[in-house]
Structures are given as C-alpha cells and as structure tokens.
Write a protein that binds this ligand. Sequence first.
Ligand code: PXL
Length: 262
Amino acid sequence: MVIAGSDSSGGAGIQADIKTITALGSYAMTAITAVTSQNTTGINAIIPIPVNVISKQIEFTSRDIKPDAIKIGMLHSENVIKTVIKSLNKINVKRIILDPVMVAKGGQRLIDTKSIKTLKKKLLKKVTLITPNIPEAEVLSGINIKTVNDMIYAAKKINILGVKSVLVKGGHLETNKIYDVLLSNGKIKIFNSKKIITKNTHGTGCTLSSAITTFYSCGKTLKKSCELGIKYVNHAIMTGPNYGKGHGPINHLTKIEIKKFK
Ligand code: PXL
C-alpha cells in the first residue's frame, strides 16, 4: 500500500509508485493524501484531501487486503501526519518505508516546518526505513552534509530519532560517483553507482522508495531491497523517455530482467 500524493504529470507521487510496484510484479493499493497539478516545469496547485478520507482509504482498504508493506510519500500537513499515525496503529503492518518528501524537483515545498517537527517526533518511531536525500537528511539531522562521512553521521543522528534504518541518498553531492549510505542494525553499507548526467530525474525518490518497499514486501532483506531498488532506478534513469520541457520522468517500465534481481 502507498500513502502519498498524486502527481498529474505522471512521473512522481502515486503515479510513479503504482508504475514501479506494477513493473516489479507486485500489486499496489493506494491512499491519496493530496492532488497536485503539475507538469515537468513545476507545480501550480496542491489540493489537500480531507483527513477523514485519507484514514478511510488506509483502513477500509487494508481491512480487506492486508498490505505486506507500506510506502509513505507526501504528507503535507501536521494533521495528515497525525491521521496517518492513527491509521497505522489500527492496521498493524510491520514493514513501513518513509520517503520524507519535502521539496519537489522544481523547488516547490511539499511540507511545512511544523509538520517536519511532528514527523520527527511522532512518525519516525513507526518506520522501518526512511529514505532522505541530502537536503532532507540535513533538515532531519541538523547536519550540513558535504561528504560521505557527513552522510554517515547524519544517518546516525536520524537513527537516534527512533527510526530503525536510514538510507541517505547521495545524488545531490558533487562527487564523481553516487554514494548511497544505508545504516541498518547498527551497520553501515555504502552502495556506489555511476553518475548519470541528465535533467530527467523527476520522481526518482518516489520510485526508489516504492521499489525498495516492493522487494522488502516480498521477503528480501532491507539491504538487498535497497541494492535492487537502486539498480532499478539507475536503469530507469538511463532509459528515460526525455519528455517535457523541465525535469522529465524516468522509465518505470525499464526492461529489467527479473533473474538479475535474485
Ligand atoms: O518527488 C517528490 C514528490 C512526491 N509526491 C508528489 C510529488 C512530488 C514531486 O513533484 O508531486 C505528489
């Protein structure tokens, strides 16, 4: 199950989540938190969904088909965060992945400051894995991140807030390769990938967290799920369709061979 916002341009949000989960052979259910109106050049409206409608989607859907895992994306207000926590408490799903969505690729804020506080204080305790990018990890940890060592330190600081595992994504760092840092069970694992030079990276965060959630829901370890998720997103970036005038989408239907994911 995905709890997230809708992206009318189809590259990020719920649309990216459903495409990813489906492409990887799994079944996606959704609870929509907000509807955004956007294209690849930016967002021109965010329409919140009433909180009682959010809790209904989560609870009624899960009562029939119990999710193997939950991915959480855009939670734009404090009220939405509190509502999601209440619903999570009722449905009792163990594997919860949080992509702490804060700013869209074009720079538009998708969450306010008060909500970030509530997310840190109340939601993180419920979460198995959080997947911040560098700016999000800086906000959550209070650390200025310039190096891979800073990423490790930030992961440790975020871990202390109560979340079990942390994947700090290094795409924003000015390094020749991309380093993603996983802190899980007190151990650090660094995944490195080739840097792909492109402006078409809209929805990479949503896609990665959904891919990780899918692999994890099928019983792979968190470490393996991160490794496979990163591989999938890299393929999807490399084969992106180059749509739109701004930050275009990636290719969620990248021809991945399932046997590579063993
Ligand atoms: O990529 C972050 C994100 C998440 N969720 C929604 C979005 C975006 C970015 O545009 O629109 C709904």
